[in-house]
Write a protein that binds this ligand. Structure first.
Ligand SMILES: [Zn+2]
Length: 208
């Protein structure tokens, strides 16, 4: 997810107040080696077939690939800059995403492997979203205000996050990417097409 304009960031409570991470035992992966191969990845721009595809779950046999991917995914997100990046956005069709709201410019990355929304509030919230795969495009998106997300962290430990505010929207936005859904897919066809046309035009102009 792209960092949106500051009027939203300014009213958010601190990250620590907004989620509780619960850890349990099962370990799928060895701890990652010291980050070294953090070469940047190219971010796919909509419309791209991979962005519309459903990513497959990470399995034990993917451990090496995921371990190699994570530092690069994070480095690419920070460089963009963004507050969330999903593996399909860099052409990797695995259910992996990274999120870091970087509040007060402090890095606190969350790595989510095979994340799923296991509970969502009836109450809905609307906030402006952007996406690194639709650079420069923003729109108000309405989603459940609070969600509970179950996932595995980079060590394979099973965890749970309860989130509201920006973190809730960001988690839902990133998990959507794993199902081939972009934030514009939550808008009317009219608005979506307007944004996609504007993006295509801006990309054409940039390429000239
Ligand atoms: Zn996105």
């Amino acid at each position: 997810m792209q960092r949106t304009r500051l009027r939203h960031a300014a009213v958010e409570p601190s990250g620590a107040d907004r989620y509780i991470a619960v850890m349990s035992s099962a370990t799928l992966f060895e701890p990652p080696p010291p980050a070294r191969a953090d070469a940047l990845l190219s971010i796919l721009i909509a419309p791209h077939a991979v962005l519309k595809a459903r990513a497959r779950p990470v399995r034990e046999g993917d451990a090496d690939d995921v371990r190699a991917l994570l530092p690069r995914l994070l480095a690419t997100m920070y460089k963009a800059p963004g507050i969330g990046l999903a593996a399909p956005q860099v052409g990797v069709k695995l259910r992996v995403t990274v999120v870091d709201l970087q509040q007060d410019n402090v890095r606190a990355p969350i790595t989510l492997i095979n994340p799923e929304v296991v509970a969502a509030s009836e109450e809905r919230a609307t906030r402006e979203e952007g996406c690194l795969s639709l650079p420069g495009q923003y729109a108000d998106v309405t989603r459940p205000a609070r969600v509970k997300v179950r996932y595995q962290d980079e060590t394979g430990a099973r965890r749970e996050i309860e989130a509201d505010g920006l973190l809730s929207a960001c988690l839902q936005h990133e998990i959507d990417h794993l199902d081939g859904i972009l934030f514009v897919d939550h808008l009317s066809a009219l608005k979506r097409n307007m944004i996609l046309r504007r993006l295509a035009k801006e990309m054409r102009q940039k390429a000239q």
